[in-house]
Design a binder for this molecule. Structure first.
Ligand SMILES: NC(=O)c1ccc[n+]([C@@H]2O[C@H](COP(=O)([O-])OP(=O)(O)OC[C@H]3O[C@@H](n4cnc5c(N)ncnc54)[C@H](OP(=O)(O)O)[C@@H]3O)[C@@H](O)[C@H]2O)c1
Length: 305
């Protein structure tokens, strides 16, 4: 069986009838429970090392969350904080050491990287068998060619949400807004696959798309991965649409200092559409679980287990 198929076979998959609010919390809980059970059964301790350069607050938050979740399910997550002034060669050497360490099953380079570093050379350096973010061109290429390899956590989270809620993609028109390497591009390719979560007709929009609303209104399933708070309004969606909001944006809040919202204006779209993911509590919640699932997959690949 291919890794990609295994990645989506959680016990909770498909057990729910769809509700209008497509929460990610129960899905994530099922994934964590499955990973934990697997780890306990096999008496293993997969290990992820995260390289965190500098002190970006959002990156620190994500990493701390991975450490916390990992420790609950039996995955060792070690964060190595590197000085923001680290040079290219020293970083490449650190990655080389991790590549050659059999105790380390997975390596993650937390972004954003300082601008003096050459990101593409660094990504290429990470052993593709430990590349749980699936940024290495080999993993990207395998994904496009429908061959064995890691699937990036956020696109995998979207597929898991579709599977869990039994949302049909076959023959559906899926419009993705955003063409980034970590969300839009891999997701479009996954949805095009000849598979249970594929066979869709996919339109990918971006900042140069003319008359964006014309396209988004055509969508049976609309996926927003833009990075602009509350950008998609109700006049940009049809009433039959299922809306999946990948965006996570921090905005000012009168009561608290700040709060997180998606790329979709949930409040104004909720009444109109047929179903919609919340932010927070939607795709982001599942993404963390899928990343840790990739760590387990990496362990199994390396240990033929
Ligand atoms: N939930 C999760 O687990 C998760 C994971 C990753 C990212 N995210 C969130 O998802 C969002 C997108 O992240 P990303 O890394 O994919 O962002 P990104 O690399 O900045 O890409 C944003 C994409 O949106 C497009 N775009 C920007 N403004 C637009 C506009 N006015 N109309 C149409 N398209 C527009 C850009 O077009 P161009 O290509 O033409 O510039 C680009 O393709 C962010 O909010 C991020 O925080 C969430």
């Amino acid at each position: 069986m291919k890794i990609q198929e295994k990645q989506l076979e959680f016990k909770g998959s498909g057990e729910n009838t769809m509700s209008k609010r497509l929460s990610g919390r129960k899905i994530a809980k099922n994934i964590y429970a499955d990973i934990k059970e697997n780890i306990e059964l096999k008496k293993i301790t997969p290990k992820l090392v995260i390289l965190l350069i500098g002190n970006d607050p959002a990156a620190e938050y994500y990493v701390q969350n991975l450490e916390k979740k990992g420790s609950k399910i039996g995955i060792e997550v070690e964060t190595r904080i590197l000085d923001v002034s680290i040079d290219q060669q020293s970083l490449l050497e650190k990655i080389d050491t991790l590549n050659n360490d059999a105790q380390v099953n997975a390596i993650m380079l937390q972004k954003p990287l300082p601008s003096h570093l050459d990101e593409s050379e660094i990504v290429m350096k990470i052993d593709s068998n430990k590349d749980v973010d699936a940024f290495h061109p080999l993993n990207m290429g395998n994904l496009v060619l429908d061959k064995e390899g890691f699937i990036p956590a956020t696109p995998a989270a979207v597929l898991e949400l579709l599977t869990h809620n039994e949302i049909e993609t076959n023959g559906k028109h899926i419009v993705i807004v955003g063409r980034s390497d970590i969300v839009g591009k891999p997701l479009a390719n996954l949805l095009l696959r000849k598979s249970d979560t594929g066979n869709a007709t996919v339109t990918v929009c971006h900042s140069r798309t003319k008359d964006l609303a014309f396209h988004t209104k055509q969508a049976d399933i609309l996926i927003a991965a833009i990075g602009k708070p509350l950008f998609i309004k109700s006049d940009m969606v049809s009433d039959k649409a299922i809306v999946i909001d990948v965006g996570v944006n921090q905005i000012e809040d009168a009561e608290k200092d700040y709060r997180y919202v998606g790329d979709v204006d949930y409040e104004v779209c909720f009444e109109k559409v047929s179903a919609i993911t919340p932010v927070p509590g939607g795709i982001g919640t599942i993404t963390t679980a899928m990343l840790l699932n990739n760590v387990l997959i990496a362990y199994k690949m390396q240990n033929k287990n």
